[in-house]
Design a protein around this ligand. Structure first.
Ligand SMILES: [Zn+2]
Length: 272
């Protein structure tokens, strides 16, 4: 349990550090080096790259905030019944009807999917949409930063990435060179960041695909782990709409609320 609590504190710190490092590297190293200022012909591509980067970052951070701002629904149960048969999951007790007691959030969460350590929040039906968009934009930002990082190393240090093996030998060689004193700490940090971006990018993409598939099936990660079978299968379109809301198209490009709020759905039902 202590390990999980530690992870819950370390993961957001890691996320913020990586974000700040990406921002600094992008604006102080990558852009000035890859697109040098005196070259006027590059001005439009510089603007295009900056706009793309800011757009990706804005959406990643915006959806991160939305995941926390609109948390998964929780019940106001203070006493948690725990039978001897309670399946003691790593981070949550399964109660009944999709209700879980999250040990980290210390709340009973309805329709819980999983606990996200990066946001320090439980992911349920309410914030699933933002969580998926957060994963998509995080992976885009990371993979884009990776491409610019590789471009920077090629321009600044003439490292050729033509051979695919370069990426495998880059970290061990750089670490060796750093301890021999041939390269600076900044160069080693840059190489490390390439691996961080690649890692987060791939993990987020995989996670996002898994979540979209689960949402389309109308299943949660918890149900999948418990081996619960779906009784009444709803069509995937309805399942996706349930999570992504009616205004899903705006949600794809902006971190805004697209799922009907409680009062909207009440008035909607009233009209029907
Ligand atoms: Zn939780």
């Amino acid at each position: 349990m202590f390990k999980l609590r530690l992870l819950n504190a370390v993961a957001p710190a890691y996320f913020f550090t990586a974000t700040v490092a990406t921002f600094i590297l992008y604006f102080y190293l990558f852009i000035p080096t890859i697109f040098p200022n005196p070259d006027l012909s590059l001005r439009s591509s510089t603007a295009l790259h900056t706009a793309a980067f800011l757009f990706l970052m804005f959406n990643a951070l915006g959806n991160y905030v939305m995941t926390i701002k609109y948390p998964a629904e929780s019940a106001n149960e203070t006493v948690v019944p725990c039978s001897p048969h309670c399946s003691d999951n790593v981070d949550a007790h399964y109660l009944l009807n999709g209700r879980h007691f999250c040990k980290l959030c210390k709340k009973v969460i309805l329709k819980r999917d999983h606990h996200c350590f990066f946001t320090g929040n439980c992911i349920g039906n309410k914030n699933m949409r933002y969580f998926i968009m957060f994963c998509i934009y995080t992976s885009c930002t990371c993979l884009y930063s990776l491409v610019l990082g590789v471009a920077f190393l090629t321009v600044e240090y003439s490292i050729s990435f033509e051979n695919p093996l370069t990426f495998l030998t880059l970290l061990p060689l750089s670490t060796g060179y750093f301890f021999m004193g041939s390269i600076s700490g900044l160069q080693l940090f840059l190489v490390l960041m390439l691996y961080v971006w690649l890692g987060i990018g791939l993990v987020s993409t995989g996670f996002c695909c898994q979540q979209v598939l689960l949402v389309a099936r109308g299943q949660t990660w918890c149900q999948l782990q418990r081996g619960d079978l779906l009784e009444n299968r709803t069509p995937w379109r309805a399942n996706l709409k349930d999570v992504f809301g009616n205004r899903w198209m705006i949600g794809l490009i902006l971190p805004v609320q697209t799922v009907e709020t409680f009062w909207e759905s009440v008035s909607h039902n009233h009209h029907n």
